[in-house]
Design a protein around this ligand. Structure first.
Ligand SMILES: NC(=O)c1ccc[n+]([C@@H]2O[C@H](COP(=O)([O-])OP(=O)(O)OC[C@H]3O[C@@H](n4cnc5c(N)ncnc54)[C@H](OP(=O)(O)O)[C@@H]3O)[C@@H](O)[C@H]2O)c1
Length: 266
């Protein structure tokens, strides 16, 4: 199957920055009609002004963790374009630091944004997408959603939950002819690092050496076109997941050894 991006009505959450912003720009260049969502009106306006002249775009200021905002953003996008073809659940937040010294508030906020929001957006979008052309949902998870990482505990848990829900829904949504794609990016140069709820991990994460968000955005578009089920983006993520799959005990030993070294004497 080849999905058409030209003319497609695509809603992207978390479009004000990083992967979402790059995806909006690439999709606009490919002729998509966009609804772009984030909490920051100024950043959405900036995105809008960066899009090619003539792009049809509907900026929606909304917090995806709020029930009334989720319903409003879906209604606004569907009213503007008389329906919707693709929902991209991309908005996300992270937290970096050990679970034992974290808080219930952080784990709940991460789950609200990274899991409950996409879950409820999908549920509410099903009746709209069913009427769409070649309808699809894209869920942006993470490498940490396929291999849990120390100091990324709440984040990993939220992304594992999103992977599990995506896999389950793939069968369920088949009866509505809605495809559901899972994107598994590795380290990406974006705003995620600056917006972390907590940044206390000891391991140095070189976000500035991560892949460019445009690389992930390109992969999302090509995956949509060719209807790929699950795609890992980035050599580092592919490498870690390869080790996790084929040498799980060695991988665990390496990780534990590193944590012990980093936290020796603490
Ligand atoms: N960067 C990485 O290394 C990496 C790796 C794997 C997966 N990912 C995933 O990729 C996705 C995009 O992240 P990114 O790396 O591009 O980070 P980013 O630059 O920080 O972008 C996150 C986006 O999510 C939006 N957002 C956050 N909370 C929101 C809320 N409650 N309601 C509405 N929008 C919200 C932000 O917009 P506002 O703040 O303006 O609302 C922003 O547009 C996330 O799901 C992330 O987990 C990132």
């Amino acid at each position: 199957m080849r999905r058409k991006i030209q003319g497609s009505r695509i809603l992207i959450t978390g479009a004000s920055s990083g992967i979402g912003r790059a995806l909006a720009q690439k999709a606009a260049a490919a002729g998509a009609r966009l609804a772009v969502v984030s909490r920051s009106a100024d950043k959405l306006a900036d995105l809008q002004s960066s899009l090619p002249m003539g792009t049809e775009v509907c900026p929606i200021v909304a917090d995806v963790t709020r029930d009334e905002d989720r319903l409003r953003l879906l209604r606004t996008a569907a009213d503007r374009y008389d329906g919707l073809d693709v929902l991209v659940n991309n908005a996300g937040v992270a937290s970096f630091g050990h679970f034992s010294t974290s808080s219930e508030a952080i784990v709940r906020q991460i789950m609200e944004t990274n899991f409950f929001a996409p879950a409820e957006l999908m549920r509410s979008a099903i009746p709209i997408l069913t009427q769409g052309n070649q309808p699809a949902i894209v869920n942006v998870s993470s490498m940490t959603g396929r291999r849990g990482m120390p100091a990324w505990s709440e984040y990993s848990a939220s992304k594992f939950a999103l992977c599990g829900l995506t896999e389950s829904l793939r069968g369920e949504l088949a009866r509505f002819d809605i495809d559901i794609l899972l994107i598994i990016p590795g380290l990406t140069r974006s705003g995620l690092h600056d917006n972390m709820l907590r940044n206390e991990g000891r391991m140095k994460i070189e976000f500035d050496k991560g892949q460019r968000p445009e690389v992930v955005a390109d992969t999302i578009l090509t995956s949509l076109k060719s209807n790929r089920t699950e795609v890992v983006v980035g050599w580092e993520a592919r490498w870690i997941l390869w080790f996790h799959r084929w040498l799980p005990r060695f991988t665990e030993w390496r990780i534990q050894r590193q944590v012990k070294k980093l936290y020796a004497g603490i």
